[in-house]
Ligand binder design. Structure first.
Ligand code: PEP
Length: 252
């Protein structure tokens, strides 16, 4: 039975006190969503301590949105995997399309970041997905396959066993344009096949999340699909009711 996960990527939104309030709201309303759904919140680095405090005693996990490729040292402005782990993070989002697009993250960098994350006991939520041009040219399968093969296929079987994948078509992120449930299922099944070709039966256990304008009104249809194991949520993660409402998609 694969884990069901709803993860919130707050991006560069909220001030620390607002983030702590949001986390408290999620904790207070947690019971409105099915108990078997694993919720993760990923606030900005600056909020991690306060949000960790707000989540204490709850079953909502903490994650970060990124970590450095290096272990420590003279890397001004960077935040290491050890630092976020020390603040209570269990997860780290790696390879988000905004990091790839605006900060030039390549598979080479992501291999280093994945290694740092695992070295500090963090579970990566590794993001893949094609842009509009690639989708329209029918290249989405090739793009996603390469993003998996160049990074995930370098993991050991032990590392792979804990991995979470998020498929996020770039054309659906923050645009209000969601992939249809059939489009999501098609590519999630393809991703699982690419994973199975390398890791065998273990691929059946990998949670593959959908991301891109997922909201309470479309979550149930997406999550009903065989290979869609939850969501990585941007905009709708900034309101406790919407975030938990997406988790309710598993109940329908
Ligand atoms: C994201 O960027 O991870 C995301 C899914 O954003 P949104 O839900 O706002 O489309």
């Amino acid at each position: 039975m694969r884990k069901k996960i709803v993860a919130g990527n707050w991006k560069m939104n909220t001030l620390p006190a607002e983030g702590a309030e949001l986390a408290k709201g999620i904790v207070a309303q947690r019971a409105t969503a099915p108990a078997e759904v694993n919720f993760i919140v990923c606030p900005p680095f600056t909020h991690l301590s306060q949000v960790a405090e707000a989540l204490k005693g709850s079953n909502i996990a903490l994650g970060a949105q990124n970590c450095a490729a290096e272990e420590k040292g003279a890397y001004t402005g960077e935040v290491s995997a050890a630092m976020i782990a020390a603040l209570g993070c269990r997860y780290v989002i790696l390879g988000h399309s905004e990091r790839r697009q605006y900060y030039g993250e390549t598979s080479e960098t992501l291999n280093l970041k994945m290694a740092r994350a695992y070295a500090h006991g963090l579970t990566p939520v590794y993001c893949v997905g094609e842009n509009l041009e690639e989708r329209e040219a029918g290249k989405h399968f090739d793009v996603v396959k390469a993003q998996i093969e160049e990074v995930v296929c370098n993991l050991t079987p032990e590392q792979f066993a804990g991995l979470v994948i998020a498929y996020e078509p770039v054309w659906a992120i923050g645009t209000g344009k969601t992939a249809t449930a059939d489009q999501a299922q098609e590519i999630h099944a393809f991703i699982r096949k690419v994973l199975a070709d390398k890791f065998g039966a273990a691929a059946a256990e990998t949670p593959i999340l959908y991301g891109g304008s997922c909201k309470p009104s479309n979550a149930a249809e997406l999550f009903a699909k065989e290979d869609v194991d939850g969501g990585l949520i941007g905009g709708a993660a900034l309101k406790a009711e919407d975030f938990l409402g997406i988790g309710q998609g598993f109940a329908k």
